[in-house]
Design a protein around this ligand. Structure first.
Ligand code: MCU
Length: 432
């Protein structure tokens, strides 16, 4: 606990204030919530597929694989797609496009999901717990049950969807014999790791909510959270589905939010080789990078950036060295630059200045930012927490990790590059 009295409180400057001003003036015209209606707005982009030269610093989120730099907010859609595809190829494994058929039911107590794709079928379910009052309600998908402050989530007005992701991607199997509802369809020898399989499960739950008619749960107001290995899963789920309005990973560590390049330099943190081998969480391709993170075409600051401009609350524990909270702060600070560039700097918050060192404890410090995040991003009321509260014992320094600057992306059409978006989703734009 020593050292926390002087924990750094870093309010977001400049861009956040700009975002608030922009948002205030745009409020009347903007939808209250900023999630997309589609899983991947960049699905139609023709993007680069080369891996850039090795780089010991965090790659520039704003430079395309062809070397040109993006300049407009519209450009981000296809640049995000490039990041997504490189991250699938080298870190997590491929997330298949929406299956041919997804059916299911939403009731006040459960969600069932039935999927058919490529001639195979599988099913899974999740339990639902509604808050008091009358619906339809927003909901937070809680992966794995650990560490989530469900009382605060419900008191803020959101339902809980309790999802055991191991039914979709089982732990404890060798990489060559992966099991669960995802692998029943895509094969036990699929190279996609468990985190992406879990993320696919979250997306199929959102499919069923979207198709349900919105009587019990709202289609455009779903959040995701989880702690530790389930925090890794919540992070990937929120990053890879633009329908998720609020992403809240807790103490996700190595393989979660922690910047891969920073982990080898953070004493006591879980080594990349360990995160790769403890469970098949990451994709099989990551095995080539555990000793060479500089060779990765992306890092986790860009996975944070994939969440932008949607709501994010990243929670970390600085007392357990294994969790690598310093590397987590590096990624959050780097990802926040994407939010700023999009004029949505206030939509990401980070909090690692906590007193209790117990892994996955429900913490008093996170109650207010959690409540504010749910109200803002799932109910469309109030203001986001808009805070970076970093424990001084585990405070990363972004300037040591980048050689790029953050552009102010302008409105208007796409510029340069070879990319063409064919988005059919609701435009997200800045926060309201
Ligand atoms: C932080 O998440 C993991 C960690 O990566 C593992 O090394 C450890 O065994 O388990 C943590 C966890 O999921 O705890 C519940």
């Amino acid at each position: 606990v020593a050292g926390l009295a002087s924990a750094a409180l870093v309010p977001q400057a400049g861009a956040a204030a700009t975002a608030r001003t922009t948002a205030a003036s745009a409020a009347a015209a903007s939808p209250a919530l900023i999630a997309s209606s589609v899983e991947d707005e960049g699905a139609g982009c023709a993007v680069g597929s080369n891996n850039p030269a090795s780089n010991s610093l965090l790659p520039d989120p704003f430079t395309r694989l062809d070397g040109t730099r993006i300049s407009t907010v519209a450009d981000w859609t296809c640049r995000r797609e490039e990041i997504k595809q490189r991250a699938e190829a080298t870190v997590y494994g491929k997330k298949p496009a929406k299956p041919a058929t997804v059916t299911g039911t939403v009731t006040s107590s459960s969600i069932t999901v039935n999927v058919s794709d490529q001639g195979r079928s599988s099913s899974f379910s999740a339990s639902v717990s509604l808050p008091s009052g009358s619906g339809p309600f927003p909901a937070v998908i809680v992966l794995g049950g650990l560490g989530a402050d469900t009382a605060t989530i419900k008191a803020a007005g959101a339902a809980i969807i309790n999802f055991d992701p191991t039914t979709v991607g089982k732990e404890g199997t060798p990489r060559t014999n992966k099991q669960g509802a995802f692998y029943s369809i895509y094969g036990s020898n699929s190279t996609t790791g468990l985190l992406m399989a879990w993320s696919w499960g979250v997306s199929r739950i959102v499919d069923v909510i979207q198709q349900s008619g919105g009587n019990v749960l709202k289609a455009d107001a779903t959040g995701v959270t989880g702690c530790s290995r389930y925090g890794k899963g919540a992070f990937v789920a929120g990053a890879f589905d633009q329908r998720i309005a609020l992403t809240m990973p807790i103490e996700s560590g190595s393989g979660g939010t922690d910047a891969f390049r920073s982990i080898p330099q953070e004493s006591g943190s879980q080594p990349l080789s360990s995160a790769y081998s403890e469970q098949p969480w990451l994709g099989d391709a990551f095995g080539s990078y555990t000793g060479n993170p500089a060779g990765l075409p992306v890092d986790t600051h860009e996975i944070v950036g994939m969440i932008a401009p949607r709501g994010a609350l990243i929670m970390e524990n600085p007392h357990v060295d294994w969790l690598g909270a310093k590397s987590g702060s590096v990624a959050a600070l780097g990802g926040a630059e994407v939010y700023k560039a999009l004029g949505a700097g206030s939509n990401i918050s980070y909090w690692s200045d906590v007193a209790d060192g117990t892994h996955c404890a429900v913490r008093p410090e996170w109650k207010a930012p959690l409540q504010q995040s749910i109200q803002k991003f799932l109910l469309g009321t109030g203001n986001p927490p808009n805070v970076f509260r970093i424990a001084s014992s585990k405070a990363g320094n972004l300037s040591q990790w980048r050689n790029w600057t953050t552009p102010t992306l302008t409105s208007g059409g796409t510029s340069g590059g070879t990319t063409t978006g064919t988005s059919t989703g609701t435009s997200t734009g800045t926060s309201s």
